[in-house]
Write a protein that binds this ligand. Structure first.
Ligand code: FES
Length: 143
């Protein structure tokens, strides 16, 4: 019987269509927050990190699956505590892996590995901006 790799980071479930996460104003500029999406099935669950990265010339909305490539654990111990002290990278609280703005690990036990990025779009509705997860194409979701 094949073993499940301990560093499995790819989620088993994605929403089938665009899914609103929250209003853009629910995340302060420079902050990161965690979100859990669920579906109809018992195992339909996707943990996300959404980061309004304002360290560059223009603010960038970044999204990642919240599974550390070291052991597949969520990055945070305390709710929404994803960023390092400088606010310019993500850090895993389990064993200290550090990730740059692209999700690449540059320090810690999984150096060279990457967080799985997710595609986010911002939609205008009801005079507000909303963050929406766009699911990956079917062939890339199961890789
Ligand atoms: S699980 Fe993240 S560094 Fe070990």
């Amino acid at each position: 019987m094949p073993k499940t790799p301990i560093n499995k980071t790819r989620p088993d479930w994605w929403p089938a269509k665009d899914t609103e996460i929250c209003a853009l104003c629910d995340i302060a500029p420079g902050a990161a927050r965690g979100f859990t999406l669920t579906g109809e099935g018992a195992g339909d669950k996707l943990e996300l990190i959404i980061w309004r990265d304002d360290k560059g010339a223009a603010e960038v909305l970044r999204g990642f699956v919240n599974k550390c490539p070291h052991m597949g654990l969520p990055l945070e111990t305390f709710p929404d505590r994803f960023l390092n002290a400088m606010g310019d990278g993500l850090i895993c609280s389990a064993h200290g892996a550090q990730f740059d703005a692209t999700g690449a690990c540059f320090g810690g036990p999984c150096k060279g590995a990457v967080l799985i990025s997710v595609q986010l779009i911002v939609q205008d509705r009801d005079n507000n901006k909303h963050i929406v997860l766009r699911p990956p194409a079917p062939h890339s979701a199961s890789a």
